[in-house]
Ligand binder design. Structure first.
Ligand code: FES
Length: 377
């Protein structure tokens, strides 16, 4: 085998940082989708079904998306596993060109759906990903840190195989020589793609199994009413703040719901939703932040100038930063790229690189009890 030092002299070595970043990002994105209990659902906040329904409205391939919306869950599962496979293929150099082309294809699909409404277009990240993957596919791995190379070296055709050939008739009756070594290479390519697919399914399945065993998935940790057991420490009072982890949360569902409204009081037939504040604690200049027990997204409860209460998911609909309440203007403002949302107009995006409104949380205001809760269901 060729020493790594020699392999690193090839031009493809310059693409190694890009390859590692893209590979790790796609692997993470795939696992993140598989482990997100809200994602693989036909409908609901943060679900693939909800995402597809949103793309139908804004994407240039909306008609095509609409056709596949009934298959949202298998499509979501397929996308997640494909991302895992693309990530592994790039990192390990296994079926490398096929993996990179898969990455380009997925990124193009995301560009035409999830990123299509990002304005200006250069703030969306899927187009650069598509071009980057295409570059990696065209360049190949160059034999650097590549399982393809190791496998090829181990199973190189013997001299006798190289010489061997089999005659096969063409359409015109002329016999075409197909070298045995070529047939061998084609078969090996198919086997490598199959091995990569198997690896993606195994890694995805294992991660879900471990997560389930640790009890961190919905189902293992559900409380009464199908909601995860509420965490009493999650009620925080104070101004909205950026995400402490600094990591982007899953891209939220573009909202197609009507204007959020506070129902006049609790529904006696339903189990009470999560208590998020006492009425007296919420003023125009003092919103209350909380965590949605279903999606774990951060939310903010506001009192508008006309006395109404409204609550929103504070994940920005552009690229998932956490928006903050700006007391001077009364708007919710994203610190990342400046999106501005108006809480008095259903969370409408009034400035910045997104056209999607913030996702509203239905709430119940109990004037008699002096409490505000998230509405269940
Ligand atoms: S994440 Fe870009 S404007 Fe909010």
């Amino acid at each position: 085998m060729e020493p790594l030092r020699d392999a690193l002299r090839r031009p493809q070595a310059a693409l190694l940082p890009l390859r590692l970043l893209f590979g790790a990002t796609f692997l993470y994105a795939g696992l993140d989708k598989l482990l997100d209990p809200a994602f693989l659902q036909a409908a609901g906040r943060g679900s693939i079904g909800g995402d597809l329904a949103g793309y139908v409205q804004v994407s240039p391939i909306g008609g095509l998306v609409a056709l596949f919306t009934p298959l949202a869950v298998p499509i979501g599962l397929g996308i997640a596993l494909a991302e895992v496979g693309v990530g592994l293929g790039a990192l390990l150099g296994l079926a490398y060109r096929v993996a990179a082309l898969g990455g380009a294809l997925l990124s193009t699909l995301f560009f035409l759906t999830a990123s299509w409404s990002v304005r200006p277009f250069y703030l969306g990240n899927d187009l650069p990903y598509a071009i980057g993957w295409l570059t990696l596919a065209l360049a190949g791995h160059g034999g650097i840190l590549a399982l393809d190379q190791v496998l090829a070296a181990r199973s190189a055709p013997r001299p006798a195989q190289r010489r061997a050939s089999r005659a096969r008739p063409s359409k015109r009756g002329v016999r075409v020589e197909v070298p045995a070594a070529d047939r061998l290479l084609q078969r090996r390519s198919v086997l490598r793609i199959a091995a990569l697919g198997l690896m993606a399914v195994s890694v995805g399945g294992l991660s879900v199994f471990v997560e389930t065993a640790l009890g961190r998935r919905v189902g293992a940790s559900q409380g009464p009413g199908g909601l995860p057991t509420p965490d009493p420490s999650s009620i925080a009072v104070g101004p909205a703040s950026p995400s402490p982890s600094g990591l982007p949360a899953p891209t939220p569902l573009p909202s197609l719901s009507p204007v959020p409204s506070a129902s006049p009081g609790p529904n006696p037939s339903a189990s009470p939703g999560k208590l998020i504040a006492r009425i007296a604690d919420v003023t125009q200049s003092h919103p209350v932040v909380f965590q949605d027990p279903y999606s774990s997204d951060p939310g903010v409860l506001l009192r508008l100038s006309d006395g109404r209460f409204v609550a929103y998911d504070t994940i920005c609909t552009h690229a998932a930063c956490t928006v903050e309440f700006e007391a001077a203007s009364g708007y919710l403002v994203c610190p990342c790229h400046g999106a501005v949302f108006d809480p008095a107009r259903a969370g409408k995006a009034i400035d910045g690189p997104t056209v999607y409104p913030l996702q509203p949380f239905p709430i119940e205001v109990d004037q008699a009890g002096g409490t505000i809760r998230l509405a269940n269901g």
